[in-house]
Design a protein around this ligand. Sequence first.
Ligand code: NAD
Length: 261
Amino acid sequence: MTHSPLPDPPGADLGRVRDWVREAVQLSRPIAVLTGAGMSAESGVPTFRDALTGLWAQFRPEELATEAAFRDRPQQVWDWYASRRAAVAGVEPNAGHRALATFQAREPGRLTLITQNVDGLHQAAGSPGVLALHGNLAEDRWLDSPRACCDASVAAGTLTDACPPACPACGNLRRPAVVWFGEFLPEQALRDAETAARTCALMLVVGTSGAVYPAAGLAFTAHQAGARVVVVNPEPSELDPVADVVLRGTAATLLPALLAP
Ligand code: NAD
């Protein structure tokens, strides 16, 4: 954040950050972008907090997105994910996703895209090499290590049609292939994201509340390693204190402006 008694008008900050992007391109310096649920808000995908509306309003994400919750109440957790899958089905990348993909096509290898999102919209926009730290909502995997009967049931298409589906022989459950609270992140993706954070000259932190670790810690890593950190978020976030500039606006409006040639 700019520490001045009279903050610069938003236009001036926008211009500064645009200059930083151009400078990184001209000097062949790496850029990292860390995105969160707000990145997809303008595509119509609810953020984590917004996803707990209606029937789900009485829960906190930390009460549903855990292995313990799934083992205890598999159908309830499965149904919550089914409602999130339905919210994502048919949505399109927005102008922010497209601006990132267009920049990556124009400047191959310049920008590492790290996302906490599980909606696949960066990939759908055409971004290459997305580091999806929290998995993919569209995929399932086994809850417990699969036995031969589990693999055979998938091959034969004989999973039970319960919610969640199970191996008919041993009862092993299918679970969403996302990273739950308390679980390890995919090792290689996290390592690559940490390297990008440590070595980038500029990190854009877009649409994340900064409350979920270790992803949020990447902004601190970049800041400590001397990178310029820019937060793009219409609301205050927990990462504002490490930002050199906070741009109060949305992903779909600000990213096209920041990343234009
Ligand atoms: P979060 O819901 O905690 O925070 C969302 C942030 O986005 C908020 O700070 C909000 O002010 C900001 N925001 C809202 N609209 C915005 C916009 N148009 N442009 C820019 N910013 C905007 O989400 P989080 O920080 O990503 O962390 C929660 C976890 O939720 C993550 O682990 C993620 O895996 C998961 N999640 C993913 C999706 C998705 O894949 N789209 C959706 C919900 C939750």
